[in-house]
Design a protein around this ligand. Structure first.
Ligand SMILES: [Zn+2]
Length: 83
């Protein structure tokens, strides 16, 4: 595990490492609230801190292209199962 210098979110818990999948930051990891997505009762703060350095345009284009392919393949597999 890469758990050196994990920041704390505003809830006072070690932030959790997540991966962004937006076109601009595909595959780039960031720290977010540790409470995010853990049930309804817990409120998450809006803590946000990048873990990976910014993507360079070339690797970003490659990752986005690969993501499109994976999504297309998944769509194909799903329709095969239906038929
Ligand atoms: Zn939090």
């Amino acid at each position: 595990m890469e758990e050196t210098n994990v920041p704390s979110c505003f809830c006072g818990r070690p932030a959790s490492l997540r991966t962004a999948w937006t076109d601009n930051n595909a595959g780039r990891r960031f720290y977010g609230c540790a409470n995010h997505g853990h049930g309804f009762r817990r409120r998450s703060c809006n803590f946000f801190s990048w873990y990976d350095p910014p993507l360079n345009p070339r690797s970003r284009a490659i990752i986005v292209g690969l993501l499109r392919k994976v999504k297309a393949m998944e769509r194909g597999r799903r329709s095969e199962r239906i038929m």
